[in-house]
Design a protein around this ligand. Structure first.
Ligand code: GLN
Length: 238
């Protein structure tokens, strides 16, 4: 009756630095808000479920991205129409890059993305690695961990997720991290991200609930464990 269908996108190939934790954390938070989450894993070749309320995807090495890029392209129209329809999605690192227009690796290989986010990424020689803290208007401080060589630049169709307080973010120059178009959020932040940032989970669940059930009454409590995890992650040096 109060089900929410969470698509876990490419968990076999795109699941690095604990990104699967985002799916577990989101399902748990959805339960705390009174929903019954149903997680559907979608790997290359698997059909999308008939009903999609939320999409979560993780990061991976360039090789993993190569394995999923063609399959994702074949679904580009489906994902574009879900995004246009307001389906909340969170895509991290490797899938953030592929939800943009293209990712050109450091060795010059071009992976075509699906253009749901107005971003483009180019691999560079140096990796950006370390703990990262963002300041955002909508979600307060976001805390995570980044490890990528891709430099991502935003076009006018996406706005940044946040301003970088500590760390690199989309690239070493712009001082911003992530991208947002409609309810689709792309970000480099692993960690995994959602356990330490329940405000993001609540946004994803809230938008999914409003779209499917016409409203959202938040019911999950604040957690002392989360508060302490955030404090301790913030204190860690880069
Ligand atoms: N291959 C990409 C990069 O290094 C993505 C890395 C990741 O998902 N952690 O930029």
């Amino acid at each position: 009756m109060n089900e929410l269908v969470i698509v876990s996108l490419y968990p076999r190939d795109m699941n690095i630095y604990g990104d699967r934790g985002n799916v577990l954390s989101l399902a748990r938070r959805a339960r705390e808000h009174g929903f019954t989450p149903r997680v559907v894993e979608v790997n290359p070749g698997d059909p999308l479920p008939e009903r999609v309320d939320l999409v979560i995807g993780g990061g991976g090495q360039d090789s993993g991205q190569g394995r999923v890029a063609l399959d994702l392209q074949a679904r580009a129209d489906e994902f574009r129409s879900l995004a246009d329809d307001g389906v909340p999605m969170l895509v991290i690192c490797g899938l953030y890059q592929l939800f943009g227009h293209r990712f050109v690796t450091y060795t010059g290989e071009e992976l075509t993305g699906i253009g749901v986010l107005d971003v483009e990424t180019r691999g560079a020689s140096e990796r950006m690695i370390g703990n990262i803290v963002l300041d955002t208007e909508e979600f307060g401080e976001i805390i995570g961990y980044e490890n990528h060589s891709g430099h991502t630049r935003l076009g006018p169709g996406s706005r940044p997720l946040g301003r970088v307080i500590q760390g690199a973010g989309n690239n070493p120059e712009d001082g911003v991290e992530g991208a947002r178009t409609a309810n689709v959020i792309g970000s480099y932040l692993h960690g995994s991200l959602l356990p330490k940032n329940p405000a993001l989970s609540d946004f994803l669940i809230g938008e999914a609930a409003k779209r499917r059930y016409g409203g959202f009454a938040a019911a999950a409590a604040e957690s002392e464990t989360v508060r302490r995890a955030r404090e301790s992650a913030k204190r860690r040096p880069r």
